[in-house]
Design a protein. Structure first.
Length: 301
């Protein structure tokens, strides 16, 4: 689409929550990347090669650098850390033929349906209407999925924006992304849930990754190790980030070097076929980290 008054045009996704961990499902995005032709949406991120570092409790060198958080850290300090791990049973859902679209399946349990590309027209619906339309589609799209599981869940809602850069910046909402994360005991499971993208013409793309889980003992013997609470995870992560900032040549006093945009307690796949509680960190500059709640290992992703 061309315009003489506009020097440059782009479409970006602007989340209503500070949570989109590559998708909105918290570091845990429920969906993998959709097909290339699915959407014109592009996420604006700095591309950096970050060397992975691991810091253990016993060899931690604490730094004086203070992280800046854009999330409610007080609420994080009150969270109860699970004393167990999870074992996954893959659940693959068949698609109701009546919903149409192109169907894609993956071995990890993801099933997705694509209808085409998002347009560039401003939508007439608001967020509540978008949620209602997404829910109606979910109720019919996937066979054997109990849609009643979503009734008490609050979805993560993100606006898809068309941003026109010219003499004046103009933004308009051209669609919505509605996401419901899969959870166990109220804690999100990384990369799992249901995601629906839609505009005024209907659903553009939707997927589901909703496996089944059961509690198991921790797969490792941590002996007398204590669970890593949020405050301890902050110390561990600060050390890893400080080391990486030095390697990347970042100014320790710059916001890019120390602003944390989001932190969550989630279940993540650590090791083979087991999901462990971890603290998942997202930095303002796009870097991501996790701290294992059981052994305190802090890693960049």
């Amino acid at each position: 689409m061309k315009s003489k008054k506009v020097r440059k045009k782009k479409v970006v996704l602007n989340s209503a929550l500070a949570v989109i961990i590559g998708g909105v499902l918290m570091g845990c995005s429920a969906n993998s990347e959709p097909p290339e032709k699915l959407t014109k949406e592009k996420e604006v991120k700095k591309e950096k090669e970050v060397k992975k570092e691991t810091t253990k409790l016993e060899d931690l060198e604490l730094s004086d650098r203070q992280l800046i958080f854009k999330t409610d850290v007080e609420a994080l300090t009150e969270l109860n850390i699970p004393e167990y791990a999870l074992k996954k049973t893959v659940k693959q859902y068949e698609v109701n033929e009546e919903v149409g679209g192109r169907i894609f399946t993956e071995s990890g349990g993801m099933t997705s349906i694509s209808y085409g590309e998002i347009g560039d027209e401003t939508v007439s619906m608001d967020k509540e209407q978008a949620i209602a339309k997404a829910n109606a589609w979910i109720h019919t799209a996937f066979n054997e999925f109990d849609a009643e599981l979503l009734e008490k869940k609050e979805p993560v809602v993100a606006e898809m924006l068309k941003t026109e850069l010219g003499d004046e910046v103009e933004e308009s909402v051209i669609g919505y992304r509605i996401e419901y994360p899969n959870e166990y005991d109220g804690i999100k499971i990384q990369y799992e849930g249901i995601s629906v993208m839609l505009d005024d013409y209907g659903v553009i793309y939707g997927n589901i990754t909703w496996n089944e889980y059961e509690k198991i003992d921790s797969p490792h013997d941590y002996g007398a190790a204590q669970k890593v609470d949020f405050k301890r995870s902050e110390e561990l992560i600060a050390d890893v980030i400080t080391k990486e900032n030095k390697e990347l040549g970042l100014d320790e006093n710059s916001e890019d070097a120390k602003v944390v945009s989001n932190v969550e307690l989630i279940f993540a796949e650590i090791g083979e076929e087991s999901y462990t509680p971890v603290w998942y960190y997202e930095m303002e500059d796009g870097r991501t980290y996790y701290v294992n709640c059981m052994d305190g290992q802090a890693n960049s992703l």
